[in-house]
Design a protein around this ligand. Structure first.
Ligand code: ADE
Length: 249
């Protein structure tokens, strides 16, 4: 999977690619992160990439010519990769979008700065607009890195343990269960005993219960659209009985 990131701050992206799982994925050749400096495609001694907006107003707009050239160059290198603009006006990014992007051969990201990019680039060069949330960043670079991070961990082999992506929070619309490691007692707080039992089916049942209760408490919106299977209904009924005992007593 090749990620090309068009930016006026390529060093931000290069630094990101030097740590942790992303670095290992690059080193093993599973992904490539190519930061392309839009300024390299700008004309003139000063290589200007922005200009004042037509019609007046505050802020600057990214000029179309350097962007068009940079996108064309990235596309020549990745002919089958969609071109994605990072913008707060885009489609909200989520795990499902990460999964569908992970099936692409590559992705070309266009990172806007200032007030945004010339609209004619959006019309003629951009395949998809994506937002990472309802807030405004100073540029698209962090958003591109968020997406690269989420997509990379779905590329086979990058996590080392394939099971961990499958059990992820959101992969089946539930939050992930609680995790514990040594020591078994920390500040007088012991881990759930079942995790020491060696009984794998009991541990699996505990994890499902932990997932359900966390989702119910932290993200009840996720439960609203989800169909519960028989085991999950039984767990919820058990809580109902507990609650009824508490309320009744
Ligand atoms: N650029 C600025 N804000 C952004 C956001 N929320 N998502 C994606 N790109 C952005």
């Amino acid at each position: 999977m090749k990620f090309s990131v068009l930016t006026i701050f390529p060093e931000m992206v290069n630094a990101f690619a030097q740590y942790g799982i992303i670095r290992r994925a690059v080193e093993s050749g599973r992904i490539a992160v190519d930061a392309i400096d839009i300024r390299d495609f700008a004309e003139g001694r000063h290589r200007v990439t922005d200009d004042r907006p037509y019609g007046g107003g505050s802020g600057m707009v990214m000029k179309p010519e350097p962007l068009a050239k940079a996108i064309e160059s990235a596309r020549r290198e990745n002919p089958e990769s969609p071109t994605i603009l990072l913008t707060p006006q885009g489609r909200p990014f989520d795990q499902q979008t990460a999964e569908s992007l992970a099936r692409c051969k590559g992705l070309v990201f266009v990172c806007g700065r200032y007030e945004g990019i010339d609209e004619r680039i959006c019309e003629s060069y951009i395949d998809e607009e994506i937002s990472i949330g309802d807030y405004v960043l100073t540029g698209g670079e962090l958003a591109a890195m968020v997406i690269i991070d989420a997509v990379t961990r779905l590329v086979p082999g990058t996590l080392g343990n394939e099971a961990s992506a499958a059990s992820d929070t959101f992969s089946d619309d539930l939050l992930e269960h609680a995790h514990y490691t040594r020591p078994p007692i920390f500040e007088n707080n012991a881990i759930p005993e079942v995790l020491l039992s060696g009984n794998h089916s009991a541990i699996e049942a505990w994890r499902l219960e932990s997932s359900l209760i966390r989702t119910f408490l932290k993200r009840p919106d996720l439960m609203e659209t989800r169909r519960l299977d028989h085991r999950e209904k039984e767990i919820l009924k058990k809580w109902m009985r507990h609650l009824e005992t508490l309320i009744g007593g």
